[in-house]
Structure formats: structure tokens, C-alpha cells
Design a protein around this ligand. Structure first.
Ligand SMILES: O=C(O)c1ccc[n+]([C@@H]2O[C@H](COP(=O)([O-])O)[C@@H](O)[C@H]2O)c1
Ligand SMILES: Cc1cc2nc[nH]c2cc1C
Length: 335
């Protein structure tokens, strides 16, 4: 039996997702206060450890099974000349992920995460949203299910990333539809379009907004689409329901998160922002989600790379929290 068979059922699952474990948060907070350091001296690492504790339901949490999931999709809107790269790069990069040759393969390995790539009907791009709906409801549900089913329920930290030539235009359209503003306010250079390409992207987004009037979040996802974006939303939602902490990646991953956030703001309570992408509007998108990025390294790669780097930060926070001695254990005088 699938967990959901319609967009409405998916949204209901999200609205009914369990809260974090308040007792585990309290236990972790109590322990944090006893560790051999001045209060607050580990800064955001302390918040991160308490956040992991509350979602894992464990006052002394561990990260031993981080999972990285990459979803790939192709976009009808590429016909409008919105990317610096041809659409066939999507399937070529999927092969590269499968052979271990992409940045995310190395980053996953560096931080001890399992990594898998799921390609979503790459030979059947979505509809061009300037002319038609990107996806039907059934196609959107199928993509959401791919993401939902890809999550390992035993994972103790999740990173969700993507590959999809043209998808910065799709992400910009989702952001504009759900947060307001014109195409020009949300588009960026993506893989590196020139000024003419940037202007084309803005026009394409405006045309999509004009064609598709619905502002219902799940309908916006279907209309403006992206199978890999829907799959990311499905995986993020599964993590929320299973109380697995999530690290958000760049502009496109956050646009998937935005759809969930627009259904109910608590949908991203289990998430931290891994990094600030160089894609221009990512900062504004993160602000709308109420998330402060952990890293800012000028990345604009996608494929979960910025979030995978942040696994290291989260692991470090948990290692300090769960492994440090207390003042009593170490015989260190308290202030
Ligand atoms: O994650 C980001 O913020 C990000 C910013 C710029 C580009 N990307 C990646 O580049 C591709 C989309 O760029 P484009 O120019 O084809 O729209 C897609 O495969 C993304 O993973 C990703
Ligand atoms: C080569 C290449 C690799 C990528 N990884 C994520 N998006 C990408 C876009 C391109 C063009």
C-alpha cells in the first residue's frame, strides 16, 4: 500500500507529522550544560546537537548512518534556452554519479555517507510550463513517491540533492509563485548563462506565472514542476514523518522545501540549511524559510554538495555533545 495516492493525501501526511521529542531535547540541553566548556562556547554546534537529539529522540545522539539521495529530472522549459548546458548533460551526469566520478561521490565518501542516485524518466521531460502544466497530478504523485520510498528509515541524517539541466528556472518559478515577486527577482545564472540568458529566464518565469494561476502549493509543484524537485519534496517529507534530521542544499533543493513549507511551516522543522549557494536568490529563499545557512563557500553546484559538506559540521556537533566529558567526570572546576 503506498503511503499516499493523491496530492491532498500527501499534504495531509505532512500536516499530521509528529513533532520533535521534547524530552530528548531537554535531556540533551541538561547534558550540554554540564560539558567541559564555558556555557555557549561551542556556538551553533550546541544548537545543532540539541536539534539532532530532538529529532532522533535521543538525548545523547549519534550519527552513524547518514544518507545522501540525488534525484535527476529533465525539463520541457529547456526548449526556451534557459541553461548554459544542453539537456543531455542530465543523463550523462547520472552515469557519472553511478561510476563515482561526481563531486557528490567524493563528498559522500569523505563524510561517511551512503549515496544513491534516482533518475526520473529522463527520456520524458516535463511539459514546458510556459505552454502547459509541467506534470499531471498522477506524474507528480509518482515523483513524490519515488522520493518518499528512497529514504532509508534507518538513516540518522539525510541529505537530498538534485541534477537537472534547466532546474534553476523551475526553482525560480516555484519561489515566485509561492512567495511573490517577478521572474527577474528570482532567477540567477545557474550553470552560467550570460545576460541575454538571464533575461530569457526572467521572461520564461513570468510567462509561467501568467499561465498558471493556482497558488495551492501542491498544484504549483505540478504546474511548474520538476520531477526531481517533486522527488526531493517526497524524500524531505518522509524524513519529517520518520523524524530523520535533514540538511537542505542549494537553491533548487530549497525550492522543494518551500513547497512543503507552504503546505505547513512545521514541515521543515526537522531541517537545517547546509549552505548559502552563489545562486543570487538563495539567500532570500532561505530567509523566507527562516533558515540560517551553516556554510558559505561560494558553491553553486547542486547535487547535494553544500549539504553534504555540512554533514561534517553536524557530525562534529554530535561528537562533541555525546563524547565530551562533564565537569564532574573530568574534575574541572565550574565557573
Ligand atoms: O544548488 C544550487 O544552488 C545550484 C545553483 C546553480 C546550478 N545548480 C545545478 O545546475 C543545474 C541547473 O542549472 P541551469 O543553469 O541548467 O538551470 C542543476 O543540475 C543544478 O544541480 C545548482
Ligand atoms: C557538469 C555539470 C554537473 C552538475 N552537477 C549538478 N549540476 C550540474 C550541471 C553541470 C553542467
Amino acid at each position: 500500500m503506498p503511503a499516499f495516492t493523491s496530492l491532498a493525501e500527501f499534504a495531509a501526511l505532512l500536516r499530521n507529522a509528529p513533532a520533535a521529542d521534547a524530552a530528548a531535547h531537554q535531556a540533551a540541553s541538561d547534558r550540554n550544560g554540564q560539558l567541559t566548556k564555558p556555557p555557549g562556547a561551542l556556538g551553533r554546534l550546541e544548537d545543532l546537537a540539541l536539534w539532532v537529539a530532538s529529532w532522533q529522540g535521543n538525548g545523547r545522539p549519534a550519527i552513524s548512518a547518514p544518507q545522501v539521495l540525488i534525484f535527476a529530472g529533465n525539463h520541457g522549459v529547456c526548449a526556451q534556452g534557459v541553461s548554459a548546458f544542453p539537456a543531455e548533460v542530465t543523463v550523462q551526469m547520472v552515469a557519472n554519479f553511478q561510476h563515482g566520478g561526481a563531486a557528490i561521490n567524493q563528498l559522500s565518501k569523505a563524510f561517511g555517507a551512503t549515496m544513491a542516485v534516482h533518475a526520473l524518466e529522463l527520456d520524458r521531460p516535463t511539459g514546458d510550463f510556459t505552454e502547459t502544466a509541467a506534470m499531471t497530478e498522477a506524474e507528480t504523485v509518482a515523483a513524490l513517491q519515488t522520493g518518499w520510498n528512497a529514504v532509508d528509515p534507518k538513516a540518522d541524517l539525510l541529505v537530498v540533492g538534485e541534477m537537472g539541466i534547466g532546474n534553476t528556472t523551475v526553482a525560480a518559478a516555484l519561489a515566485a509563485a509561492l512567495l511573490g515577486g517577478t521572474g527577474a527577482e528570482w532567477v540567477g545564472r545557474g550553470t552560467g548563462v550570460d545576460n541575454a540568458g538571464l533575461a530569457r529566464k526572467a521572461k520564461v518565469v513570468d510567462a509561467g506565472l501568467a499561465r498558471h494561476g493556482s497558488r495551492d502549493p501542491m498544484q504549483v509543484l505540478a504546474n511548474l514542476g520538476g520531477r526531481e524537485i517533486a522527488a526531493m519534496a517526497g524524500a524531505m517529507a518522509r524524513a519529517r514523518v520518520a523524524r530523520i534530521p535533514l540538511i537542505l542544499d542549494g537553491f533548487i533543493a530549497c525550492s522543494a522545501g518551500l513547497v512543503l513549507h507552504a503546505v505547513t511551516p512545521a514541515a521543515l522543522d526537522h531541517a537545517v540549511a547546509g549552505h548559502l549557494s552563489a545562486e543570487g536568490a538563495h539567500g532570500r529563499l532561505l530567509a523566507a524559510l527562516g533558515k540560517e545557512p551553516l556554510l558559505s563557500l561560494g558553491l553553486r553546484l547542486g547535487e547535494g554538495s553544500g549539504a553534504a559538506l555540512a554533514i561534517g559540521v553536524v557530525k562534529a556537533a554530535v561528537a562533541c555533545h555525546s563524547g565530551m566529558a562533564t565537569f564532574a567526570e573530568a574534575g574541572v572546576s565550574e565557573g
